[in-house]
Design a protein around this ligand. Structure first.
Ligand SMILES: *Cc1c(COP(=O)(O)O)cnc(C)c1O
Length: 429
């Protein structure tokens, strides 16, 4: 069972000190419940990892993992930054009280109006991804007689050991400038040649759900080599080095993540060593954790409904949510751990598949595995659903998106209301 899960002495699941059964009763299901202190602990662990890095750094919450006002407020209060990948996320981050200076803008096809919005808000960094964007942004900045702080996103040609849908560092990725073909260098030159860009540094992000420090360190070594080369060729000095996010979390027993402080400390050591060898000035070190800040902190509570058993063929347990609140298993075969909320120690002696209520055979939450015996009206808890669950939720089949509650020190607070039937019609004429 994931280490962050709290259990009463009677075996009942608690989230942030609040019994899961009480939450289900009070707010209904499906419900996504966050343990706020687990989020704070992860933030503290990243901070600790950077604590001994002499040039300092920034922890930037990759907010696509869970973009919610309550989460932006929490990030602002904890003094970390955030990244956004759309005008909508930027709007929400600002509404949640994020300091524009601490916001970073990512994306492989930022729209003209989104770039204009970011420029007007004077955000801390726009991570430039492609030539089209450089041209667009240059025009917008010229029209506003202003400059913007930008970083150059490089695809470092490193393949993270992860699912191909979430690997982003390889040379044929849709994200960032390719190194080997010379495009990254051409892009830097274009940025340096324009009076509108303050090029603060370099960025790479090799993928997601990565467990060993190796991939990150290979990327760090490569990026410092690049800094050295571009310092010689262009006199360019990077003030920040952003090594992206992708720190793995515990979904099932087979996932054994290292603590962020361990990975980040070893990463910062690698950067220091390499920078020293290169004879460069130490840049600020930025990291962009998304999943690892909110993933394990979130638990989805469902109510069990129908079951279908065909001896020797299948054994389905259906819940009142599914791919509309968690598309990850359907999208890329993501695995989760399911518990019986009233008895987390219940013996797992039933081979079953947990499915949702959506009209797709692919609407599976947990592929066939040994599970506790579930009955109608039981509360089923799916662990580590805090990242890329709610933020990827849809209204497929006109099911409303679930409610979200923050729990801390045995108190619960509703932070997102359940979507009603009327909510789902609000834009229809
Ligand atoms: C998605 C993303 C992240 C965060 O990835 P996680 O796996 O959630 O940590 C960080 N940086 C960039 C550029 C991303 O696209």
């Amino acid at each position: 069972m994931p280490n962050k899960t709290e259990v009463h002495n009677n075996g009942q699941l608690k989230i942030g000190g609040v019994p899961a059964l009480n939450l289900a009763e009070k707010y209904g299901t499906p419900l996504i419940a966050y343990d706020v202190s687990a989020i704070k602990q992860q933030i503290a662990s990243f901070k600790k990892g950077l604590a001994n890095y002499p040039a300092g750094g920034r922890i930037i919450y990759a907010s696509k993992a869970f973009s919610a006002l309550a989460m932006y407020r929490l990030a602002a209060k904890e003094d970390i930054g955030c990244d956004v990948v759309s005008g909508g996320e930027l709007y929400a981050a600002l509404a949640g009280g994020m300091d524009p200076e601490m916001i970073e803008f990512h994306g492989n096809n930022k729209l003209p109006e989104e770039l204009e919005y970011a420029v007007k808000q004077k955000i801390g960094c726009i991570v430039v991804d492609n030539f089209h964007e450089i041209e667009l942004l240059d025009k917008i900045l010229a029209a506003h007689h202003t400059t913007a702080k930008v970083a150059l996103r490089v695809a470092p040609g490193i393949e993270a050991e992860t699912h191909k849908y979430i690997a982003t560092g390889q040379s044929n990725s849709k994200f960032g400038f390719d190194l080997d073909s010379g495009q990254a260098q051409q892009a830097l030159k274009a940025l340096l040649d324009s009076p509108h860009f303050d090029v603060i540094g370099l960025h790479c992000h090799i993928g997601s759900q990565i467990f060993n420090a190796e991939g990150f360190e290979m990327a760090a070594v490569k990026m410092v080599k690049l800094m050295k080369r571009w310092s010689e060729e262009f006199g360019f000095s990077a003030r920040i080095l952003n090594l992206g996010g992708g720190f793995g979390i515990h979904y099932t027993e087979s996932d054994q993540p290292l603590k962020p402080e361990i990975i980040v400390a070893s990463l910062s050591q690698t950067v220091q060593t390499e920078i020293q060898k290169a004879g460069l000035e130490l840049p600020e070190l930025w990291v962009e954790p998304g999943r690892s800040l909110v993933g394990e902190a979130g638990t989805t509570l469902y109510t069990v409904g129908s079951t279908k058993k065909v001896p020797g063929l299948c054994n389905f347990v259906a819940v009142d949510g599914g791919m509309g609140d968690n598309i990850r298993p359907a999208l890329y075969g993501a695995a989760y751990t399911a518990l019986l909320a009233k008895d987390t120690n219940a013996p797992r002696n039933e081979l079953a598949t947990i499915v949702g209520k959506y009209c797709e055979s692919g609407d599976v939450l947990v592929q066939a595995q040994m599970l506790p015996k579930f009955h109608a009206d039981d509360i089923l808890a799916l662990l580590s659903t805090g990242a890329y669950g709610y933020s990827m939720a849809s209204n497929y089949n006109r099911n409303g998106r679930p409610a979200v509650v923050f729990c801390e020190k045995a108190k619960d607070q509703l932070v997102i209301k359940r979507e009603s039937y009327a909510d789902m019609l609000r834009n229809e004429l």
